[in-house]
Design a protein around this ligand. Structure first.
Ligand SMILES: NC(=O)c1ccc[n+]([C@@H]2O[C@H](COP(=O)([O-])OP(=O)(O)OC[C@H]3O[C@@H](n4cnc5c(N)ncnc54)[C@H](O)[C@@H]3O)[C@@H](O)[C@H]2O)c1
Length: 382
């Protein structure tokens, strides 16, 4: 009896019923490194069938599915051919950055839902073209920032939304790598023709998503950007592949100031390589409190040390740590959220209305860096 009464205090958890009768028919475009996380997540889901895959490197898609032990997948050398020949409900787009826009537009024009890997695109113009195709298609498009699925990361937004920090006026992006130009799997991140943008698109986009999502993705107004490539273009950086230095066509470090609507200043820094352990912690300053998000070099998941809140309480300067919850498989959660939204007509986890702001900031920082002065940022209405 007593237990029954206490049980009434337990939150009733909604059980997700997975409809295995109607399987979502998915395809994967680009079967490189990150596609593996998508394929393995789909393969675990009883209500999903991986029907097809495509990679422009001959034989790569076949080998990819064979190595993962995923059977019955028809493989193509082009995403377009796959979309023309298969009856698909959804695709994961895991191609390098410069192919994000064309592959996504093609998929939307073929009437399929899209989970597009981050960054959204390379330029703001491309992002707008994709959003126009999205609007026309009426299909779901979500951008693959898996840290959004982390309860520890979600706490940042919860703290800001709770009002604990008051009105936010300053954001500092921190973290970044001392040595971490991502070349272990080849040069697709560092060549201009494939990566298009470097550290900013790779990990800077995560850092922006974390901070901007927390404060409701305010529109950017102006940007002053700086980019450099001193490490990537130095052959001694890659003792086993000095030829990579010649191929390096993006930035390995970037910094800048961005004015956001609502009187918020964003102080941005990101690094693939620098003579420093970190460019600092990420900070959110508000009129009633401040939040420190411990520096992380990887940015593709969560931070490793607790968040700290700084306040004045009864005239005393106090700070407290926010306990962390156990980490979970963010990739699985990201793909599951996409599948659920595709099957049930739900909302995208990371809508393009937010991702376009992320992209507009990167685009503004790149433009400003090239021009050597501040630029204004305008995001066309779609
Ligand atoms: N969410 C994450 O944690 C995460 C991690 C790594 C990479 N990524 C993103 O995923 C994307 C891919 O990264 P990666 O590390 O897998 O790169 P990768 O170079 O290993 O793989 C990309 C693959 O796409 C293929 N490809 C390119 N254009 C194509 C096209 N038009 N049609 C068919 N195939 C095409 C390439 O041949 C290659 O096999 C990048 O945009 C990257 O930013 C996300």
């Amino acid at each position: 009896m007593a237990a029954d009464i206490l049980d009434r205090f337990k939150e009733s958890l909604e059980e997700t019923v997975i409809d295995t009768e109607n399987k979502l028919r998915v395809g994967i475009i680009g079967t490189g490194w990150i596609a593996e996380a998508h394929a393995l997540a789909y393969a675990e889901m009883p209500d999903v069938e991986i029907v097809a895959g495509a990679d422009l490197v001959p034989g790569k898609a076949e080998k990819f599915f064979k190595d993962l032990g995923i059977k019955g997948v028809t493989c193509y050398e082009s995403g377009h051919e796959m979309l023309e020949n298969e009856e698909l409900d959804a695709v994961s787009i895991c191609v390098y950055n410069t192919q994000h826009a064309p592959c996504t537009i093609d998929a939307l024009e073929h009437g399929v839902h899209v989970l597009l890997e981050k960054p959204f695109t390379v330029t703001l113009d491309e992002a707008i073209e994709v959003m126009e195709a999205e609007k026309k298609s009426g299909k779901l498009l979500t951008i693959g920032f898996q840290p959004r699925m982390s309860e520890n990361m979600q706490m940042i937004k919860k703290i800001v939304d709770s009002g604990e920090l008051g009105d936010i006026y300053y954001l500092q992006a921190g973290g970044g790598r001392r040595r971490g130009i991502p070349t272990p799997y080849g040069t697709s991140f560092i060549e201009e023709s494939t990566g298009g943008i470097g550290a900013m698109g790779d990990i800077g986009s995560y850092s922006l998503d974390m901070l901007l999502n927390a404060v409701g993705y305010p529109k950017p107004l102006t940007a002053t950007g700086y980019t450099s490539n001193f490490f990537g273009t130095d052959p001694s950086y890659y003792p086993n592949h000095p030829e990579y230095a010649e191929k390096f066509g993006v930035e390995d470090f970037a910094a800048g100031f961005v004015r956001l609507k609502g009187g918020i200043m964003l102080d941005f820094r990101i690094s693939w390589a620098m003579h420093m352990d970190t460019s600092g912690d990420a900070l959110i300053l508000g009129t009633k409190g401040g939040l420190k998000i411990p520096s992380t070099e990887c940015w593709n998941g969560e931070f490793d040390k607790p968040l700290t809140v700084y306040k004045n309480v009864a005239g005393s300067e106090i700070s407290y740590e926010v306990p962390m919850v156990e980490k979970t498989d963010l990739f699985y959660k990201k793909v599951r959220a996409f599948v659920d939204a595709a099957k049930n007509g739900g909302e995208p986890t990371v809508p393009t209305s937010q991702a376009v702001i992320n992209q507009a900031i990167i685009d503004g920082l790149v433009r400003s860096s090239k021009l050597g002065h501040e630029v204004s940022i305008e995001i066309p209405e779609v």
